[in-house]
Design a protein around this ligand. Structure first.
Ligand SMILES: *Cc1c(COP(=O)(O)O)cnc(C)c1O
Length: 220
């Protein structure tokens, strides 16, 4: 069933869109099923769970951290993470830079942007982001590479609202090119809204329940 779900989604994607299979709370066996069907990009939300899975699963998996990352946990994922999606503060970016330097590497990051009309979502506003990208501080962070932006739309059935939010980020990304950023990745779209996301410029979708079935909730 997992392979079938995966292939159905994959076959519907334009060639420039990468599928990240969101495997949070899912067991190793289910991830292996997706891996054996050819999936290499997986997304996780919790640091300890990601570390455990990284140890147990094939080493050529590209692990995406998509959750809310706390500064004191950055060191656990920096040695192996492929892309950190949800970077939502300058402080966090400084910590990632510090740990990357310690590990002698450059860490790929996406800045999480606040596009939703909800109070609960994390992220930079467009104004904050622009100010940061122009700052002296940003130019000093040599061990991080900002590859683009990540966002979540409002949790609503109003398609036009979702579309508008995604489009606002696409337009911001285009304008950010003038700030000297090489934004190749726009990470938005989940099971419920990825088709709209792709129509509005997403190049990386993060899909969990449409591949692995309903979410399991787990307390940490
Ligand atoms: C869980 C999660 C997803 C996947 O959500 P589904 O609705 O299961 O596809 C995508 N992005 C983030 C940040 C998530 O936490």
């Amino acid at each position: 069933m997992i392979a079938e779900n995966l292939n159905k989604i994959k076959n519907s994607l334009p060639p420039n869109v990468t599928l990240v299979a969101v495997s949070k709370t899912k067991p190793i066996e289910m991830i292996m099923e997706a891996y054996e069907a050819g999936q290499k990009d997986f997304g996780e939300n919790y640091v300890q769970e990601l570390v455990d899975k990284h140890e147990q699963l094939p080493q050529d998996i590209r692990w995406h951290f998509i959750g809310h990352l706390q500064s004191n946990k950055v060191k656990h994922i920096v040695p192996f993470v492929y892309l950190i999606h949800g970077v939502d503060s300058v402080k966090l970016l400084q910590e990632i830079n510090k740990q990357a330097l310690k590990n002698g590497k450059t860490v790929n990051c996406l800045l999480q942007m606040y596009i939703a009309q909800e109070e609960t979502k994390f992220g930079f506003s467009f104004e904050e982001c622009e100010a940061f990208l122009k700052s002296e501080l940003f130019s000093q962070l040599k061990n991080i590479k900002i590859l683009g932006f990540m966002a979540m739309a409002s949790n609503t059935y109003d398609e036009s609202q979702i579309r508008k939010e995604f489009l606002s980020l696409k337009e911001f990304a285009i304008s950010s090119k003038f700030l000297g950023l090489d934004t190749q990745i726009l990470s938005y779209g989940m099971s419920s809204d990825y088709k709209i996301a792709i129509e509005e410029g997403s190049t990386m979708i993060r899909i969990g329940s449409s591949i692995f079935g309903e979410r399991n909730y787990k307390l940490f």
